[in-house]
Design a protein around this ligand. Structure first.
Ligand SMILES: NC(=O)c1ccc[n+]([C@@H]2O[C@H](COP(=O)([O-])OP(=O)(O)OC[C@H]3O[C@@H](n4cnc5c(N)ncnc54)[C@H](OP(=O)(O)O)[C@@H]3O)[C@@H](O)[C@H]2O)c1
Length: 378
């Protein structure tokens, strides 16, 4: 048993985003062998592919039109905490299930494996690259303008693609550069468990993102974890407005003023952690343990019963009916399929308002909740 079950577990798991990869061996050789070798197309296999394509067509979610005319699926699959040894299979199976958007990041440490899943699906003719919407994120250690292009190119190579549909500034905070050959993903802390801030301003980083956009390496620009003040500042210096903002969004954190601001400026919003505390129980976060689970909340359960849907589907539908895209993560195939089927029913106006009323301004994904002294939401 580890001496402390709370903070270290929590830190090492989130820091998966932040650095579990140094602890978890990545079995790249085995995965490459298994997933990069295209299987021969036998008649039975062709039948299976046709069946999967039919299922995928049925299960697909509608798109959101971005302010540059491109389209983004309103439901996608989030890749945070998707294990390295299952990631390629999960992405491949998610594509067969009908997912087209994958939300990845340097920080999740599984972009190579996610790319292997994509390659297998493309090699088997299940999808073409242009059918997919691949999202990745710029980690805090690469905010200096001269670091943005090279790291984006490395991440593209990891995925095995030549453009991202959306590349997102993960957090509005610059950390000191870490050479990928030294530590990758870099996480928040160095080897001495110290946090070292970088000197790049958000404006500098954003202009470097615009260069990637102009060069066609990224088809849309995203930002994440920005508040209203940072957005209003960005509107002053942006040559191209961002296409999307990714934020924590669930009934305990409904973020109306931020949604309104984005709507006024034509910026699409994507919700992360749509199930509220659930994702953070996996990290043993005390705040999540102290918060009633949304799945067990009477308001959510009664609405789910009324529609014959699961509480998860109600939470995702509440978000998509507010025009906010969702990217739930599941390591379970049945739940993954269920999460995609969230636009085939409608909540009533009263039900939506009832769920809106659960707002507590409760944020889980705050670095300070992980004991990381970066008070970006202060
Ligand atoms: N930009 C950012 O800073 C940021 C931060 C956090 C997350 N994200 C992105 O957002 C994605 C989603 O957020 P998240 O991973 O925090 O959490 P989430 O999708 O809200 O929740 C994941 C949890 O819900 C469970 N789950 C999923 N579907 C379910 C269902 N239908 N019924 C019951 N349980 C279900 C999962 O367990 P099982 O796996 O066992 O099903 C897991 O415990 C991430 O993967 C990542 O791509 C971005």
């Amino acid at each position: 048993m580890p001496p402390n079950t709370s903070i270290p577990l929590f830190r090492s798991a989130v820091l998966s985003s932040l650095r579990p990869h140094s602890h978890a061996p990545i079995r790249r050789t085995a995965l490459v062998t298994n997933h990069l070798r295209p299987a021969p197309i036998t008649p039975t296999r062709q039948q299976n592919i046709t069946r999967h394509l039919a299922t995928a067509a049925k299960m697909s979610a509608p798109n959101v039109k971005l302010n540059n005319g491109r389209e983004m699926p309103i439901v996608g699959f989030g890749l945070w905490k998707v294990n390295n040894d299952t990631c390629a299979d999960q992405v491949y199976n998610a594509i067969k299930t009908g997912y087209r958007l994958f939300d990845g990041a340097c920080d999740y440490g599984n972009e190579v494996e996610a790319g292997q899943g994509v390659k297998r699906a493309i090699d088997e003719g299940i999808v073409k690259r242009e059918d997919l919407f691949i999202v990745s994120k710029l980690w805090n250690s690469f905010h200096d303008k001269e670091r943005v292009g090279p790291i984006c190119k490395k991440q593209l190579a990891d995925w095995g693609v030549d453009y991202f549909d959306l590349f997102v500034i993960h957090f509005p905070i610059a950390l000191k550069y870490v050479d990928p050959s030294v530590r990758y993903p870099p996480g928040f802390f160095n080897e001495k468990d110290e946090l070292e801030l970088g000197s790049a301003t958000l404006e500098e980083t954003y202009h470097a993102m615009e260069e990637l956009y102009d060069a066609g390496l990224i088809k849309s620009i995203g930002i994440s974890n920005y508040n209203g003040a940072l957005l209003l500042d960005l509107f002053r210096y942006a040559k191209h407005l961002p296409q999307a903002l990714q934020i924590e969004h669930h009934p305990y954190l409904t973020q109306e003023p931020l949604l309104k601001l984005c709507k006024e400026r034509g910026i699409a919003v994507t919700a992360y952690s749509s199930f509220g505390p659930l994702s953070f129980l996996e990290l043993n976060m005390q705040k999540a343990h102290d918060t009633p689970l949304l799945f067990e909340h009477d308001a959510i359960k009664s609405i789910a019963d009324a529609h014959g849907k699961s509480p998860a589907q109600v939470l995702l539908r509440w978000s998509t009916q507010r025009g906010v895209a969702v990217i739930p993560k599941s390591n379970n195939q049945a739940r993954l399929a269920q999460n995609l089927d969230v636009c085939s029913f409608d909540l009533t106006k009263e039900e939506i308002e009832k769920i809106n009323g659960l707002d507590k301004g409760l944020r889980f994904n705050n670095p300070t909740n992980y004991g990381i002294n970066v008070p970006i939401f202060a």
